[in-house]
Ligand binder design. Structure first.
Ligand code: HAM
Length: 423
């Protein structure tokens, strides 16, 4: 093994990957221009405090996953685990609260989380995000979801699931948290050690836990939608009506709380409804964060946004391309031959297969029969046609059914007819 490799969970991006990133960025720019978003780039390092306060002290991100450092000058900085708090800081720092509302900003750049690497989960990854600051109206939440939905559709994702929920606000969250705490306290012995700890700090985080035993307990937990105040409930209803108007298929997930502390009211996640999509996890996620600007020292400003994981999207696009490539390769019959005379006969037969419109592959340049049969397998041919030296001399062909190895010997001038009957 090479001594120097990329750090765990971090990757080199090569030309092909960078072309995908550029394509995603181009599409995002088109979308941003249409919906009136301006691009912003914030520093990769921010004061740790904006994440500790903003992302939230009880989150896994802040508790376990931040790359933090002390500079020579004594500043405590963190490699951003997400970009929203940086954008919120920039909004106030640049006096954007004085601009016409909403202020719409978009970004694409690297984030860092010291997570356990697994499929779709890296320690350095890129997020593409859209944030709208200054308007409480649910139309903003709708447009945020619409942008990610459209973006993913344009990138070729056909089976998308948009999960939505409303997690209340300062008025109603308290009652829900209390009910949740009481419920989880009554089941505390069935929770994992982390969740017992989470319960003391923020019971909502228990809903986030992926441990199987906690998932079992979660199933009967109180649901936030039963605790919403009228304002939150109206907001959520409007959002759902707008989504229906736009024909965005959504599903309400009452246990969706998302792993960040700043959300109020709307939360959403978009996943691809395929095996691979579920393995990768959410492609995009976000929600409303009406308290964050004030929490980070700015003016009281309602806001909403979301971010998409660029690598997860690229992984799924790659998987789709691979599948399409496989399907493209598929042929109905694969022509194999052994020996010079057989090669000549096969060449002629290949031409007859083309004229008969039978999708055929060939290994005319190959000598070994097993290599040719391997290629027939790889191309998922239903039948392989074998012309060995004996068959070449007797003007015959072996038709071999690939799935069970059954063989039939046929005269070479009857092969096309025989195949037409079979296919
Ligand atoms: P998030 O759900 O933590 O939200 O991340 C957004 C997206 O980033 C996820 O849906 C996923 O695609 C991707 N992502 C997250 N962690 C990783 C990882 N370790 N490896 C690869 N991809 C990952 C946020 O970060 C919020 N700032 C979103 C937001 C914006 N909310 C409001 N505005």
């Amino acid at each position: 093994m090479l001594k120097y490799q990329t750090p765990t969970g971090m990757h080199d991006l090569f030309q092909k990957d960078l072309e995908q990133v550029a394509k995603i960025e181009q599409l995002a720019k088109k979308m941003a221009d249409f919906y009136g978003f301006e691009k912003i780039e914030t520093p990769i390092l921010e004061f740790s405090e904006i994440f500790e306060k903003g992302t939230g002290g009880s989150t896994d991100i802040v508790e376990k996953e931040m790359y933090s450092l002390k500079t020579k000058g004594g500043d405590l900085l963190t490699l951003r685990p997400e970009i929203t708090p940086g954008v919120v800081r920039a909004y106030s720092q640049a006096g954007m609260q004085n601009l016409p509302k909403p202020v719409r900003l978009w970004y694409l750049g690297p984030c860092f989380r010291h997570e356990r690497p697994q499929a779709g989960r890296y320690r350095q990854f890129n997020q593409l995000g859209f944030e709208s600051l200054g308007t409480p109206h649910p139309i903003i939440d709708t447009i945020t979801i619409l942008i990610f939905y459209n973006l993913l559709k344009s990138l070729g994702f056909k089976k998308l699931i948009v999960e939505v929920s409303c997690i209340g606000d300062g008025q109603c969250r308290g009652a829900f948290k209390k009910a949740l705490t009481n419920y989880f306290r009554s089941k505390v012995s069935s929770l994992c050690a982390d969740c017992r700890n989470r319960l003391k700090r923020n019971p909502l985080r228990v809903l986030d836990c992926k441990e199987e035993k906690c998932c079992v307990v979660k199933k009967n937990a109180p649901q936030v939608l039963d605790y919403l105040c009228k304002d939150c409930s109206d907001h959520f209803k409007s959002l759902l009506e707008f989504l229906e108007e736009l024909e965005i298929p959504y599903s309400i997930n009452p246990y969706l709380v998302r792993g960040l502390d700043y959300y109020t009211r709307t939360v959403f996640e978009i996943i691809e409804d395929t095996e691979e999509g579920k393995v990768q996890g959410s492609l995009a996620g976000g929600g409303r964060y009406d308290g964050l600007v004030k929490l980070l020292g700015g003016k009281d400003t309602p806001a909403c946004g979301g971010a998409m994981g660029v690598e997860r999207v690229i992984n799924l696009i790659k998987a789709k391309n691979k599948q399409a490539e496989k399907e493209k390769q598929t042929c109905e019959v694969y022509l194999t031959q052994v020996g010079e005379l057989a090669k000549k006969k096969a060449l002629k037969l290949f031409e007859q297969l083309r004229q008969a419109n039978i999708k055929a592959g060939e290994g005319l340049h190959k000598e070994s029969l097993s290599a040719q049969l391997g290629a027939a397998d790889a191309m998922k041919a239903k039948y392989s046609l074998i012309i060995g030296q004996k068959e070449a001399l007797s003007n015959q062909v072996i038709i071999r059914e690939m799935k069970n190895g059954r063989q039939k010997v046929v005269d070479i001038d009857k092969v096309i007819k025989e195949l037409k009957n079979k296919i």
